[in-house]
Design a protein. Structure first.
Length: 582
């Protein structure tokens, strides 16, 4: 245990006489002596209990000078608890110090146990055996049953205005801010209460995520009571408030975040024991219900969710803990919807994604020259939130007229789509972004990085349309109105049809005037004719608008022209609405 000066002082003051008398009796010390507690070494036990020893230095007192002379270091073995009354000790034995850990788990200076990930499964089994002795280790655990066994009450309140807090644990009577109809009030909750925020639960993971959060708070109660009492006596702690960004009470100290990691890891082992989960998961995959690996994997995950009664988000995070770092694409929420499931292989990087939102695309397009050049080349299409190679091997046009990835592309997405990392920073600490990609949270300041280069076997396709582009550009040497007229006539499109394809009025088409047309309408006109980006840029150059400016409106139009030129006009309208441009 790291030296805790405050606690050492408390023990010396509270137990000075007891330590003196116990040491004198057990060691049979015939002369005068003094002592000090040099350090404390405590090992974790469940709830508020611990065991361990004090490193005690016993000094011989010179009978003539009444001064300390040489000392001997002893290990004073103790059992104890840490609760609202502070630290309580019972002295067991004393012997010369050998500093042996004996395979037990250290408590640090904040009384946080130093459990490793390898110990989580054992701890989950110990919790089951201790508090649910009638349950088999293979039984599905009931969160309400465990809470009842611990004497914990579960209540439901809205804990934040924006859904940033999943749940809270009140070990003692605690005042908590709650929200109701937009108003915040202070409510006093009794000791041993779990508070669940249904709004946050449903916002991020659905009602089945409540199971995980209740068990999460139960684990805090079992393992981290001593931490609570240690910190609250230091005056800098109010209780357990578990945020949706993975932090505890919005503290970013590493030791505090370890508490959340322990609670999450042990809860995952309680809910989804590795042996049972992998057995079911591999069994469902082998059924080969579908003709491709991606859909079979997604089917297996959903069937496991039914068996273990957990949300798909909980299942994916657990499978990621067990090595499934390529599963994020099976349930990724982007642009207000879930993208079609996809898998990737042989990419030597965790926490990556092959999806990108409209907003992040705009930022990257404006700031990354290589990315902008790749998009402008026409070698890529924006397909269902992916930047995909413009090759019919990887996409097709569905019945609604929109591009979709082929089954081959979804099962080998690393072969055809760019991939990205999201760096999530909070107070200069970078967090793993698997959860961010799963939920696309916006609390963190994020930056997006494109991954270059492609693997060596990836070839950007030849621009087979180069001749056609050259032919069209050679004819576009008139005014804006003349060039638009040539383009729609060259495509055998009537004015009436163009008005419908562009969601513009027939009068607007008949009286084209670049001085009155808004940038959005020019963009809709280009996409209505499905113009390649280079042609659209050429048309904009004949207007008063600078398509390459950093103005928000122009950036939005530019992204639409680069990514949606093969889409239906309804998608373009929704894109502008989503980006608050009408």
């Amino acid at each position: 245990m790291i030296r805790n000066e405050r606690l050492i002082k408390e023990i010396e003051e509270k137990y000075y006489n007891e330590i003196y008398n116990f040491s004198k009796k057990e060691l049979d010390i015939p002369h005068n002596f003094d002592f000090n507690v040099e350090n404390i070494f405590f090992f974790d036990k469940l709830e508020d209990k611990f065991e361990g020893y004090l490193d005690v230095r016993i000094y011989k007192i010179d009978s003539y000078e009444d001064e300390r002379t040489h000392y001997t270091s002893y290990k004073l073995n103790v059992e104890g608890s840490y609760n609202q009354n502070g630290v309580s000790l019972k002295f067991i034995s004393i012997n010369e110090n050998d500093f042996v850990k004996n395979g037990k788990t250290w408590l640090d200076e904040n009384f946080i146990p130093s459990y490793s990930k390898e110990e989580y499964a054992f701890l989950a089994s110990e919790i089951r055996i201790t508090y649910l002795p009638n349950k088999k280790l293979t039984d599905i655990i009931d969160e309400k049953e465990l809470a009842q066994a611990l004497g914990l009450t579960i209540l439901h309140r809205k804990l934040s205005k924006d859904g940033s807090i999943f749940s809270a644990l009140c070990i003692e009577e605690t005042k908590v801010n709650v929200y109701n109809d937009g108003q915040v009030t202070e409510e006093i909750f009794p000791a041993k209460t779990i508070i669940v925020d249904d709004f946050a639960i449903n916002l991020y993971g659905g009602d089945k995520s409540e199971k995980f959060n209740v068990l999460h708070e139960c684990v805090h109660y079992i393992l981290h009571q001593k931490f609570y009492y240690c910190r609250i006596r230091s005056g800098d702690y109010k209780g357990f408030f578990c945020y949706t960004d993975g932090s505890l009470n919005n503290f970013v100290q590493k030791s505090y975040s370890n508490i959340e990691a322990q609670a999450n890891g042990i809860t995952a082992n309680l809910l989804l024991p590795e042996k049972e989960l992998i057995g079911h998961f591999e069994g469902f995959k082998k059924l080969n219900i579908y003709s491709n690996e991606c859909d079979n994997t997604y089917y297996a995950i959903n069937e496991c969710c039914k068996i273990f009664n957990v949300s798909i988000e909980t299942m994916l995070i657990r499978l990621k803990m067990l090595g499934g770092s390529n599963l994020i694409g099976l349930h990724e929420y982007v642009n207000g919807k879930y993208v079609n499931p996809y898998l990737f292989h042989d990419v030597n990087c965790e926490d990556i994604t092959f999806s990108i939102s409209n907003n992040d695309f705009m930022v990257l397009y404006a700031t990354d020259m290589n990315f902008r050049d790749a998009i402008n080349s026409g070698s890529f299409l924006y397909v269902d939130s992916h930047i995909c190679l413009n090759d019919e091997k990887y996409y097709y046009i569905n019945d609604n007229g929109n591009p979709e990835l082929t089954d081959y592309a979804r099962n080998n997405i690393q072969e055809c789509c760019l991939y990205f990392t999201y760096k999530c920073n909070y107070d200069n600490i970078t967090y793993s972004n698997f959860d961010y990609m799963l939920y696309r949270k916006r609390k963190y300041k994020t930056s997006v990085e494109i991954r270059y280069p492609y693997p060596q076997d990836i070839k950007i396709p030849d621009k087979s349309y180069a001749y056609e582009l050259s032919r069209e550009l050679s004819h576009l040497n008139g005014s804006f109105k003349d060039d638009v007229k040539w383009l729609y006539q060259d495509r055998n499109i009537t004015q009436e049809t163009l008005a419908e394809l562009s969601d513009l009025s027939i009068d607007t088409i008949k009286h084209l005037d670049n001085g009155t047309l808004k940038p959005i309408n020019i963009t809709k006109l280009c996409i209505g004719m499905k113009l390649p980006p280079i042609i659209s840029h050429h048309l904009f150059s004949k207007t008063k608008y600078d398509i390459n400016s950093q103005d928000q409106m122009m950036m939005t139009c530019r992204v639409a022209l680069e990514t949606l030129y093969n889409h239906k006009i309804e998608d373009v309208i929704k894109f502008f609405e989503d980006n608050d441009q009408r």
